[in-house]
Design a protein around this ligand. Structure first.
Ligand SMILES: Cc1cc2nc3c(=O)[nH]c(=O)nc-3n(C[C@H](O)[C@H](O)[C@H](O)COP(=O)(O)O)c2cc1C
Ligand code: SF4
Ligand code: SF4
Length: 309
């Protein structure tokens, strides 16, 4: 990969100076970060629906600073951060970042000597690394390190969660290598083959998705809440877009949807179902009885990450 180059965005932020950055940090409630300038600080931002990316974000965090949820930062408009190392962990959706992650990168002002990105996925990464690199460049960032990590694939349209959970995807080994690389400030972008680029192009054609909107959907068009709903309100708390409401007419789902599947995976009644679709990508579930959450992550963790109330 090419040698690291300086970035216009970074240069611009540098001119803001340490005092301004410290003021911003204390206003965002993470003042301690600004006050211990000599310690090496690492901030890790994440997006998660079923816990894989949160688990990885926790493993990559530095122990002093918990990983920060992108939906919460967007909600609170906390968008300026400075650290020695900054990392972003997210699930790939059609090899692309979730729209909220894209929104965060476009709106945020991040300053760090070392930028790393770890997209999680379940089956095919295709051109995920190049897609992130290109997006980051359009936002004025050059990531030093981009490496994907394969985990359980939570895509209910194609996979049986029970089968996925039985597979050994060698997560500890992948994680150990990434931790070692990041500790050494390795300059590395996982390579993308021409075959992977072609597969991504084929996927976009087959699915009818476009790079700008990616998986942006309408919650009311994609999900139906069935009569066995017990109004437990879990869906209202795990949706990073705050799309679910408990109303006098029962639970409703409306609004723009990232199609993260946090709602459908977390519903204890399996009362949330996909509506049928003409899109071949959105066919019937492989196993409507199986749902998934990462074994190291609790339901409360998902709620804390995504709750928009
Ligand atoms: C909308 C959507 C699209 C996905 N697209 C892909 C994909 O293109 N390739 C892949 O390998 N996994 C894909 N996945 C699986 C997730 O990237 C993977 O399971 C991820 O680790 C989930 O992370 P989380 O538990 O933090 O939400 C997709 C999942 C969803 C919900
Ligand atoms: S999580 Fe399921 S059961 Fe609970 S309120 Fe939502 S739809 Fe109903
Ligand atoms: S409605 Fe469901 S799939 Fe859509 S953003 Fe909310 S939790 Fe994710």
């Amino acid at each position: 990969m090419e040698e690291k180059k300086s970035m216009s965005r970074r240069d611009a932020i540098k001119t803001m100076g340490a005092i301004a950055t410290g003021a911003v940090l204390s206003a965002t409630g993470i003042g301690s970060l600004a006050s211990c300038a000599k310690e090496k600080k690492r901030l890790v931002f994440y997006f998660t629906a079923t816990g894989n990316s949160l688990y990885i974000a926790r493993q990559l965090a530095d122990g002093k600073n918990k990983p920060l949820s992108i939906p919460q930062l967007l909600k609170n408009r906390q968008l300026e951060f400075e650290a020695d190392e900054i990392g972003i962990v997210y699930p790939i959706y059609g090899h692309m970042p979730p729209n909220m992650v894209k929104e965060f990168l476009q709106a945020a002002k991040l300053k760090a000597d070392y930028l790393f990105c770890v997209p999680t996925f379940g089956m095919r990464k295709c051109s995920a690394v190049e897609i992130w690199d290109n997006l980051a460049k359009t936002c004025g960032y050059k990531f030093d390190y981009i490496q994907t990590l394969i985990m359980v694939d939570n895509w209910l349209h194609a996979f049986d969660m029970n089968e996925q959970m039985k597979m050994d995807k060698h997560i500890p080994e992948q994680l150990a290598k990434i931790q070692e690389d990041i500790a050494a400030h390795r300059q590395w972008h996982e390579p993308t083959t021409q075959e992977e680029r072609d597969m991504h192009a084929g996927f976009m054609q087959f699915s009818g998705l476009n790079e700008r909107d990616a998986f942006l959907m309408s919650a009311s068009e994609r999900f139906v809440i069935e009569g066995n709903c017990i109004e437990c309100s879990i869906c209202t708390q795990v949706c990073p877009r705050g799309n679910y409401k408990l109303t006098s007419r029962g639970v409703t789902a409306t609004g723009q949807c990232d199609y993260c599947l946090a709602c459908i995976h977390a519903c204890p009644q399996k009362a949330i179902q996909f509506r049928p679709s003409d899109n071949p990508l959105l066919g019937p579930e492989r196993n409507p009885k199986a749902r998934y959450r990462n074994e190291h992550v609790s339901l409360i963790d998902i709620k804390r990450a995504n709750d928009q109330h």
